[in-house]
Design a protein around this ligand. Structure first.
Ligand code: PHE
Length: 356
């Protein structure tokens, strides 16, 4: 059995020399694999006499057990070293800044503009546009505000130093000048909405110097007040996504005759405003039949063409539907407010799948 102990120390030396798990496994296969040195020796037991086998058998078993143990020990040692090496290279630096989540949301004003656009598009309106800086003529004169008329003061107008068409330019006080631009630029029938920024020198919980309006204008033959009422009633039902009781109150605008304001029924339950029921009325839109003078100012014959117009405060509509109590927060550019009240960027409001 002299050669067995030589074999054992030879294999043990190779086990000790193995640099990694693969090299160790090669040593194992060469010694204990099917055709390994130890296995071949065990196969020789079959040709031995029973006497020889009595000593050779246990000696070979002992050799195999010793080698198994040596390999297992070396394997554990190599695995531990490998783990150490990995931990050293893959260390996580917890002081690095965290990867930011994608941020940003659609502002409620933009959301409501898109909702209004979807509803009026469904009724056959197209979108028209005009600039924030307007001529005095488009903002006032053509809309039947005579020069020097006190209604101009009522608008708290921001007049500019620069002149346009021979008069100080104004930041438009309403979207109604788009009515003039549209009637001067295209022939009836006309059915447009115009949305955008408007400006008045006014600031409190429900007024900001910059706010938003949606204008509507319909010009056609035989247009009457019933069309106006039906259009606005259909709008509020679609916008608030429920039955809403409305009332029309007589009002005055220079550019419509007759003029009205439409209120919606609501109630206050705690801090919450519930639209459509209750014992209170909230004004949501100014409207009326387009004044014959306005139609004439745009080169059309008021005996041939009539029409109606309306102007919504978008910010007010957004506050009512989405429960935001203070208008000034809308323009404070506070990311926390926007992430709370904002809308997902990829959901386009439409009537088929629901507006909001
Ligand atoms: N321009 C009016 C305002 O800003 C609203 C309005 C528009 C009223 C169209 C009647 C018709 O108050």
């Amino acid at each position: 059995m002299q050669d067995l102990s030589a074999l054992q120390s030879d294999i043990e030396a190779r086990i000790a020399a193995a640099q990694d798990l693969r090299a160790l496994d090669e040593v194992r296969v060469a010694a204990l694999g099917k055709k390994g040195e130890v296995s071949l020796k065990m196969r020789e037991l079959g040709q031995m006499s029973p006497e020889e086998r009595k000593t050779a058998g246990p000696a070979l078993n002992a050799l195999r057990d010793a080698l198994d143990a040596a390999i297992a020990a070396k394997k554990a040692q190599l695995e531990a070293a490998e783990l150490e090496a990995r931990l050293a290279t893959e260390r996580v630096d917890v002081t690095l800044p965290a990867a930011p989540r994608p941020r940003g949301a659609i502002h409620p004003v933009t959301q409501v503009m898109e909702e209004m656009g979807a509803i009026f598009a469904d009724m056959g309106f197209v979108v028209a546009d005009g600039p924030d800086i307007e001529t005095d003529f488009n903002n006032f004169t053509a809309l039947n505000f005579p020069p020097g008329h006190p209604a101009r003061d009522a608008h708290d107008t921001f007049f500019m130093k620069a002149e346009l068409d021979g008069a100080p330019a104004v930041l438009r006080t309403h979207t109604s000048p788009v009515q003039i631009r549209t009637m001067l630029g295209q022939k009836p029938p006309i059915r447009i909405i115009a949305q955008g920024r408007t400006y008045r020198n006014d600031s409190d919980q429900t007024h900001t110097p910059m706010f938003h309006q949606t204008e509507g204008l319909v010009i056609d033959k035989g247009t009457h007040m019933g069309h106006l009422k039906g259009c606005l009633m259909e709008f509020v039902a679609a916008y608030f996504e429920r039955e809403v009781e409305v009332r029309f109150r007589p009002h005055h605008f220079p550019f419509t005759e007759p003029s009205a304001e439409m209120d919606v029924r609501y109630e206050r339950v705690g801090d919450e405003i519930r639209i459509g029921q209750g014992d209170k009325w909230m004004e949501v839109v100014g409207c009326g039949m387009v004044h014959p003078n306005v139609i004439r100012n745009c080169g059309l014959d008021p005996d041939e063409y009539q029409g109606f117009a309306f102007g919504f405060g978008i910010d007010r509509l957004a506050m009512l539907k989405y429960g935001m109590p203070d208008l000034r927060d809308f323009f404070a550019a506070d990311a926390r407010w926007l992430s709370h009240y904002g809308f997902p960027a990829l959901s386009m409001p439409n009537l088929a799948t629901g507006l909001s």
